[in-house]
Design a protein around this ligand. Structure first.
Ligand SMILES: C[S@@+](CC[C@H](N)C(=O)[O-])C[C@H]1O[C@@H](n2cnc3c(N)ncnc32)[C@H](O)[C@@H]1O
Length: 279
């Protein structure tokens, strides 16, 4: 079946509100197909802890433990490279927002050049945060709500990253969270986020969604719990540059760096750029 047909089928299931049921069958199928691979991986890595399959499936759409482990290392390296490049001195405070079961934050310390750093993780999924708090020491995990604010004080973090989190939020939440992320970042702090940009939108959008996307508007597929993996948002670059990140200085844009998503690295300017222009 081609990818467009799959997305038409998903759209139908979404409309008749049966996507969660379909997801449950996908979960069972995935568990069976990964059973042997996971058992072997667990035997070979007895000293490591891995999240229960339902938590991994909730966040990544697969229960494969090698996938959790290997993509976690690769993405931690990607994020750490940006932090090493853009944040040069001092003790760095880093937040993984939407950390899920800690796939990336658990590895990031190995790749940082900084002598001293403090690591934080936050998610709105209670079970994921509970698992992280119990299993991943030396990282401070907290639960946040779907809607801001965080408990963190203003101007606290040198870097906040959120991989594939905006990709599961409504338009209102995009604006509410970007404001909140800006608040908790220090001046000149770095924000790293990924979005469903050019590559991922190419084959997946249906015709009416494509038109909206091409005119620079955010496309949101809802009718399911916001923040979950089937709640999907597609962000055109025009929307990112002119609207969402307008109060940041964009330092880097990479295509398909994280799966098929765009990756944005942006700096918190001291004043919102819009306010400075008006003055
Ligand atoms: C696709 S998963 C990505 C997980 C993680 N960033 C990674 O790449 O390994 C999306 C994550 O965002 C979380 N999430 C969605 N909405 C959120 C919100 N408003 N606040 C915090 N986390 C949220 C979900 O619970 C889930 O863990």
């Amino acid at each position: 079946m081609d990818i467009k047909k799959i997305h038409q089928a998903i759209a139908f299931l979404r409309t008749i509100r049966l996507l969660n049921l379909a997801d449950f069958f996908l979960y069972l199928k995935d568990r069976i197909s990964n059973f042997r691979i996971n058992r072997r991986f667990l035997t070979d890595n007895k000293n490591c802890c891995f999240p229960p399959p339902h938590l991994a499936f909730d966040a990544y759409g697969t229960t494969s433990i090698p996938h959790y482990f290997e993509t976690g290392i690769r993405n931690a390296q990607l994020i750490a490279n940006f932090i090493n490049e853009y944040i040069l001195t001092g003790t760095v405070k880093i937040l993984d927002w939407g950390c899920g079961p800690g796939r990336i934050i658990r590895h990031i310390g190995k790749f940082l050049h900084h002598k001293s750093f403090n690591l934080y993780g936050s998610d709105y999924n209670k079970a994921s945060i509970h698992w992280c708090q119990n299993k991943l020491p030396n990282i401070c995990f907290t639960l946040n709500n779907l809607i801001p604010p965080f408990e963190y004080q203003s101007n606290f973090f040198d870097c906040v990253y959120a991989l594939s989190v905006f990709t599961h939020l409504s338009k209102n939440m995009h604006f509410a969270w970007i404001k909140e992320l800006r608040r908790i970042l220090k001046p000149n702090g770095i924000l790293i986020i990924t979005t469903h940009g050019l590559t991922s939108s190419q084959n997946r959008l249906l015709n009416h969604e494509r038109e909206k996307f091409d005119s620079g508007k955010l496309v949101v597929r809802s009718k399911i719990k916001e923040g979950s993996k089937w709640y999907l948002a597609y962000q055109p670059r025009m929307f990112m540059q002119n609207t969402l990140l307008k109060d940041f200085e964009i330092l880097f844009l990479g295509e398909a760096a994280y799966y098929e998503q765009d990756i944005w690295v942006a700096k918190k300017t001291k004043e919102p750029i819009t306010a400075a222009l008006i003055l």
